[in-house]
Design a protein around this ligand. Structure first.
Ligand code: FES
Ligand SMILES: [Fe+2]
Length: 325
């Protein structure tokens, strides 16, 4: 996993208005709650006293209280009260747990997984989806590293095989390009697949038509993906790393053509149902891939059509080298 990045880790609704909840994310057991201004806080969910789960306790005056001996924490992870020592006794600074800067945006909870810096980069999101869209969502646990999950959604070669009776109907096995374009940490790739008549040769990215005439998809590093199905229909996914061998996928069906309450819920229901069918087709195959993660140098023989995946691996490695020192 790349340090010093904003990771989408939860859906907003998973952190209730009151109380404290625990989730395994980025290989760590984390506790989340909302302060009195509804702002999200995130600290390690293991009491520094004797290891109990802080989230098994309750919130007292805006502070989580460990259920075992009552230590109270603030949102930076510092212990502010040790009841056995008395409320009037100052707590030495060594009584603390780690914490992350956490924010809520676009209906998701994000943590900045890295050093707490003054000037953090903005939370990454797809410009188009910031307004006018309605979405419905499913979440699904996949037993592999998030790199495998995100690469599956970047794979333009698998569609006529894995999805032969759904989005890949028609047997368009021949892959042009794909064209790829980086804009900082956002990668867009442009796709054209067609039926192989045995005479047509696959075109290289340079020979392909203008980008505006092609179907496109995007990712923003490290963990969000966007499928531009049509101007007003999109699919989005956040791949929240649980640990090195598990990922929680938040998959959203977005549409902006139907604003009427009631009808848009029905569209959302069928949109997410269809997305779930597609996702399950992917999952059946991806669970069989070994190893459960990907790296820049590994024993896989990529082909021209895998260009987006190769680009992702290269960028991932570059960001790890820059940030994981
Ligand atoms: S284990 Fe948490 S207060 Fe003792
Ligand atoms: Fe797929």
């Amino acid at each position: 996993m790349i340090r010093n990045q904003w990771y989408a880790v939860l859906d907003s609704k998973e952190v209730p208005k009151k109380g404290i909840v625990s989730f395994m994310r980025l290989g760590e057991k984390l506790a989340f709650w909302r302060d009195k201004d509804n702002k999200i806080a995130c600290i390690f969910d293991k009491c520094c006293h004797r290891g109990a789960s802080i989230s098994a306790g309750k919130i007292i005056n805006g502070h989580p209280q460990c259920p075992f001996h009552g230590f109270e924490y603030d949102k930076t992870g510092k212990v502010v009260v040790i009841p056995a020592n008395g409320k009037n006794t100052t707590v030495p600074p060594r009584y603390k747990v780690n914490s992350y800067i956490a924010k809520e945006k676009y209906g998701l909870i994000w943590i900045f997984w890295g050093e707490k810096k003054e000037n953090l980069p903005p939370i990454p999101f797809f410009e188009d989806l910031k307004s006018n869209f309605y979405y419905s969502q499913i979440k699904d646990h996949w037993p592999m590293h998030y790199t495998r999950c995100i690469e599956n959604q970047m794979d333009v070669v698998h569609v006529p095989f894995v999805h032969h009776n759904t989005i890949g109907k028609g047997g368009k096995t021949l892959v042009y390009g794909p064209k790829v374009k980086w804009d900082n940490n956002k990668l867009t790739w442009y796709v054209k697949n067609l039926v192989d008549d045995g005479k047509t040769k696959a075109k290289s990215a340079k020979e392909m038509e203008d980008e505006k005439d092609l179907f496109s998809l995007e990712i923003i590093m490290p963990n969000i993906w966007h499928n531009i199905i049509a101007d007003k229909v999109r699919v989005f996914a956040a791949f929240a790393p649980i640990d090195d061998e598990n990922t929680m996928i938040y998959l959203r069906f977005y549409q902006s053509f139907m604003p009427i309450w009631g009808i848009r819920q029905i569209i959302g229901f069928f949109g997410k149902l269809y997305s779930k069918i597609i996702l399950n087709q992917d999952k059946r195959v991806v669970v069989t891939q070994l190893p459960k993660y990907t790296t820049m140098k590994m024993d896989e023989k990529l082909i021209a059509g895998d260009r987006p995946i190769a680009e992702f691996r290269k960028k991932n490695e570059q960001l790890i080298n820059e940030n994981n020192t």
